[in-house]
Write a protein that binds this ligand. Structure first.
Ligand SMILES: [Zn+2]
Ligand SMILES: [Zn+2]
Length: 392
């Protein structure tokens, strides 16, 4: 088998399909759906896969908008991860429309590699990345068992293949107080909003004494009803981040002490619940090098980078703890245009962005060719995974 010709064939497959892929990307972008509500987006991708020879299971792991599509038989299994959730009010300001299309394109093109070399490709529809950690739930339910390597490409304002990201957990808190007339009888009230404000102030003080890599961010989602009523209810959402599980556990305790202190000071009752944990992302260097080389062969400049910490979190981290994984960041916006901003949402709809992400899709499919065509290559990737993640 001529590997160079096979790589050219998978790249040509994506070029030939480029108009259809552009339609999918535009549709996803034009109808943004937030975490776990991606019904149309998920259905659009499932339909495309089913019409192109993939066996697709929907609603896996108890998540209605999750899916798994597979093509081929046996081992190894090379997986692509698709995300398609948008951000509240900002739409596709994280460019997940492009992630979906890149993984879709890579999966479809990889059929040629499977036809020539055997084995299997899979595409996982992984919902709710922004808010609920869909991959964390899927990982815990065993969705990625049996996968040999996983790839996903994320659009960004700068490009690099290797990175680590912070572990994080989301926190929902509420304080319950007692309503009272704010002027007529404030002494009868217990002010839930004051409890929340004291919590924010305590956390602001805490920030001086935590590691520079740790992050605590929050918003008030309920601050009361009217200025003439002492708020009987107040609520907030936070995200707490640290470099690893041990540090995150310790930081969570210190954050909760801030809320408990505010409850004690004000007399308001505290209730809280933690969400799914997003694990630290550890990129597989051997896999990253293959992707990097394939991107360069397409004439697309991208830094290999190194496994240093980027200060955000992704549920791809949960996959990277189970399976050798990479999440290259591909430049689609000018430097300084950051994800989660209205400018980035605009950039995610441009044809330049799509072309860049389709190059990433080609490089992912070409990397699948590398892995399927040479057992030694996959062995190296898996050996590194065992050494760095499992410590054996
Ligand atoms: Zn995001
Ligand atoms: Zn994202």
């Amino acid at each position: 088998m001529d590997i160079t010709a096979l790589k050219a064939a998978v790249a040509a497959d994506i070029d030939a399909r480029c108009n259809d892929l552009a339609v999918v990307s535009r549709r996803l972008h034009a109808h943004p759906e937030v975490a776990f509500e991606e019904r149309r987006s998920s259905a659009l991708l499932v339909d495309f896969l089913s019409k192109n020879g993939f066996g697709v299971e929907t609603g896996i792991c108890g998540l209605p908008t999750a899916f798994r599509g597979t093509y081929g038989k046996g081992k190894p299994v090379i997986a692509f991860l698709a995300e398609y959730d948008a951000l509240p009010k900002l739409g596709h300001a994280c460019g997940h429309n492009l992630i979906a299309v890149a993984s879709l394109a890579a999966a479809l093109a990889s059929r040629r590699a499977v036809d020539a070399l055997g084995a299997r490709v899979a595409i996982f529809g992984t919902p709710g990345e922004e808010l609920y950690g869909g991959k964390a739930i899927m990982a815990a339910a065993g969705a990625f068992d049996g996968v040999d390597a996983a790839m996903i490409a994320h659009p960004g304002g700068g490009g690099r293949v290797l990175m680590n990201t912070l572990a994080c957990e989301t926190l929902k808190v509420q304080f319950k107080g007692v309503a009272a007339h704010a002027a007529g009888a404030p002494e009868l009230g217990v002010n839930a909003l004051e409890a929340l404000i004291q919590s924010f102030n305590a956390i602001n003080s805490l920030r001086q004494h935590i590691r520079s890599s740790e992050r605590i961010s929050g918003i008030i989602t309920d601050g009361g009803e009217a200025a003439n009523i002492i708020p009987a209810h107040a609520a907030a959402e936070f995200i707490v981040r640290a470099e690893n599980d041990t540090l995150l556990d310790a930081l969570k305790k210190r954050v909760m002490a801030c809320f408990a202190g505010a409850a004690g000071a004000t007399g308001a009752k505290l209730k809280y619940s933690w969400g799914e944990r997003y694990a630290t992302m550890i990129s597989n260097v051997a896999l990253a090098k293959l992707f990097h080389e394939n991107m360069r062969s397409l004439g697309r400049a991208i830094d290999l980078g190194e496994n240093t910490m980027l200060y955000f979190s992704t549920d791809v981290g949960n996959v990277s703890q189970l399976v050798p994984a990479i999440q290259p960041m591909v430049t689609i916006a000018p430097p300084g245009v950051m994800i989660h901003t209205p400018r980035f949402a605009k950039a995610a709809a441009t044809s330049d962005a799509l072309i860049a992400m389709l190059d990433a899709a080609k490089a992912m499919a070409m990397t699948a060719v590398d892995l399927l065509s040479n057992p030694e290559t996959l062995k190296k990737v898996k050996e590194e995974f065992r050494r760095t993640i499992k410590g054996v």
